[in-house]
Design a binder for this molecule. Structure first.
Ligand code: BDR
Ligand code: CA
Length: 321
């Protein structure tokens, strides 16, 4: 059997973003994954920037064989909101990687998602580290792919499981997560699609019991790998702005989960996405009740507890390896 056949096939739908950039590094370098496509979307930055940034990372890794398709330039029904967080002038923590020379895929990201899924029915997982505009649009355009997607692993939402989820909320309403907040209608379509969805929210992705140590950071500095220097610079960039290292690797949690599902413990619950404007726009509301639960809300697997030392070991091995 070919080695490729043993790998888990993924499409990485992203909006690089420094942490999306590191998620690309992990996915591409992992021997457990076969990255079928990278699709980009408006999110952390406009889609032209996120597309170029994805290409820059692939060029840095020497993996221009992986197609990058540019996707939705705006949320499905809304204007582009302003990100309260900044990933720097270049959207990559001011690493200022060289401009890409590889052409983008001729297909729109939505079409590439549809085509890859149809060509590999039941085999492809979507790793979503961005607003879900491309994925929702693909489901609208070709609803028949719903039953063909193996699953979606997403950095999405926050579920009120610990104080970090609230303290580090990334959307621009007090309790929302950025990817859902940007395009809540798209998130709602995906959550309600019936596709197996694992939502790794801020409860696990921005709450690090274990963090990168000074020794780890020094190993990154001393490495001869460009991607290690990228991460090293990104950590300094966020530290300089009063944030912790976790900001540079939030999206990596979804790739780590794709590689090894034991990294995050999950539980299943009914979840609704708030799409009405105002205080709670973009909130992912969990019905935790024992009685009178709203069973019409979709069942979603929610990230509850992560094994941070396993996650960080995997990250370091892949970045330095
Ligand atoms: C998400 O928001 C973005 O800034 C990050 O790239 C990540 O996907 C976390 O809420
Ligand atoms: Ca992202």
């Amino acid at each position: 059997m070919e080695e490729k056949e043993l790998k888990k096939k993924i499409i990485l739908d992203c909006d690089p973003g420094m942490d999306d950039s590191m998620a690309i590094v992990m996915a591409v370098k992992s021997p457990a994954l076969q990255v079928m496509a990278i699709t980009t979307v408006n999110g952390n930055y406009p889609v032209d920037v996120t597309s170029a940034n994805a290409q820059k990372v692939l060029e840095l890794l020497g993996r221009t064989d992986i197609p990058v398709a540019r996707g939705m330039a705006e949320p499905m029904f809304r204007d582009i909101p302003k990100d309260p967080f900044t990933h720097g002038k270049d959207g990559q923590a001011e690493n200022f990687l060289p401009n890409p020379v590889t052409p983008l895929c001729e297909k729109h990201a939505v079409d590439l998602i549809i085509d890859v899924i149809k060509a590999n029915p039941g085999e492809v997982y979507i790793v979503s580290t961005a607003p879900m505009s491309n994925i929702a649009m693909a489901l609208k355009k070709a609803p028949e792919i719903k039953g063909m997607i193996a699953g979606i692993y997403a950095i999405s939402g926050m579920f009120g499981l610990n104080a970090y989820a609230f303290a580090n909320a990334t959307g621009d309403t007090p309790q929302s997560e950025w990817n859902v907040y940007v395009d809540p209608e798209a998130a709602s379509i995906v959550y309600n699609s019936g596709i197996d969805l694992v939502a790794l929210g801020l409860d696990v992705a921005t709450h690090f019991d274990v963090n990168l140590t000074e020794k780890d950071i020094e190993r990154l500095r001393l490495s001869d790998k460009k991607e290690a220097h990228f991460l090293y610079n990104a950590i300094h960039f966020v530290n300089g702005r009063g944030f912790e290292a976790y900001c540079t690797v939030i999206d990596c949690m979804a790739v780590a989960y794709a590689i090894d599902e034991t990294i995050v413990e999950t539980f299943e619950a009914h979840v609704g996405v708030e799409t009405k404007d105002g205080l709670t726009l973009g909130n992912t509301v969990v019905d935790y009740r024992h009685h009178h639960v709203w069973s019409h809300l979709p069942l979603v697997k929610i990230g509850k507890k992560a094994d941070y030392s396993k996650f960080l070991n995997m990250l370091m091995e892949l970045v330095l390896g």
